[in-house]
Design a protein around this ligand. Sequence first.
Ligand code: KIV
Ligand code: ZN
Length: 515
Amino acid sequence: MANNETARVIHVFDTTLRDGEQSPGCSMNLPEKLEVARRLERLQVDVIEAGFPASSPGDLESVKAIAGLIKDCTVAGLCRALEKDIDAARQALERAVAPRIHIFLATSPIHMEYKLKMSPEQVLERAVMAVQYAKKFCDQVEFSAEDAFRSDRDLVCQVFSAVIAAGATVVNAPDTVGYAMPDEFAAFISYIKGHTPNIDKARLSVHCHNDLGLAVANSLAAIHAGADQVECTVNGIGERAGNASLEEIVMGLMVRKDHLQVETRIDTTQLYMISRLVSQVTGVKVQPHKAIVGDNAFAHEAGVHQHGVLANRATYEIMTPESVGIPKNRMVLGKHSGRHAFEERLRDLGLSLNEAQVEPIFAQFKVLADKKKVVSDRDIEALVMEVSASVPETWKLDRWVINCGSTLSSTSTIRLQGKDGTVQEQAAVGNGPIDAACKAINRIIGKEPTLEAYELGAITGGEDAQGETLVKIRWNDRHWNGRGVSTDVVESSIKAYLAAINALEWDPPRGLMPL
Ligand code: KIV
Ligand code: ZN
């Protein structure tokens, strides 16, 4: 590409809050979704798919809340090709600055015969009807031919041509089951471009799943073959093996711009922070070797590599940690640091918070600085996460005492403060300190959720590192996540359990969130 030629701009359609959130174990509550949406806007994605409004009242409420919050990108709501689903999406997107109704209908033989029980002619007719109906309310209408890759190519082209004529502004060709190989998927996209007569009137999008670990490769191959929108999720979360990972696609496009000759609007320095946020609110850890955002993505262990990197970073690094926003973990703050220095550090970390949000975080920073000699960037980030995406506290930890040892049962006494200010205390015996603490808390709250997952880690290295606990609880067939951070691992565990209890007690899908 000659220097003065402008590169094709690929639109990034993020579906972390829909395809990502709908997968088991990745659910988020409303404040968490709002925080993720805010960060996606800061990341400068082009489209945020906020949910599937007809799927539940909770989803409708959260799409509504996100639509009212986001100003700088399109907000999409997913629907089946049904008027009632389109009505729900339209209602949820009412306040969006740039709304998009996203309709999906399967076109593959297996889906048409067994799931939809419809003929190809009926699918074509229904797709057109749905797009025409949506177009009455919304300028941006996207149509997805679910399982497009396993569909008859000419049927996909025929459906795309008809829905574009009916007003679709984006047509999406998903590899719903992650079956394609990169060269095949590229050929599929080229075929669609070559055989859909009015394709130049719409954007052609791709949406790849990762069942064979090829979602990113297939997405990049499709972009190379001419796709102009890519659908993906932060950390690649999503159904089964997940969706294509946003951070890997974006950095692939950036680092290999020489080859792919395209660009995105994404501010790549926000990638690391949003990855951490999504991991923390879903409770799904990022594996250490994950490209771009894994803990080891920029670690050079082998002596020969270290030597090379010291001489010239480009010997073993094709991008810098700074380019994806990995904080340098400078240990600059301590108990003598004032509010001004603290706020400056927040800004350096890209954490823009308002006055009211800074106040409690600064107070917690002071408490932490009294316990730790130095407070690192990771510690600050953890404090911010704790406050910015949390639900109101129905129960607050007041005091706790735990006795545990090798031969006797563990005992705990826990005192919680309710939201009306009253305190309640209970004691319990358990199989270990955490079990004893959870049992005492259950006695106070009068519920017995199951602790389904428990993970303990350290935020930084060092003897005075803070422990970080992630838990998942289940109650009446629903799940909630909780996260707790403290220099004491038992306390971080109690806080995490209580955070999950507070999420349960608040139960946002009933429209209780003040907007
Ligand atoms: O995987 C898929 O086909 C989807 C569609 C709804 C776009 O998620
Ligand atoms: Zn999908």
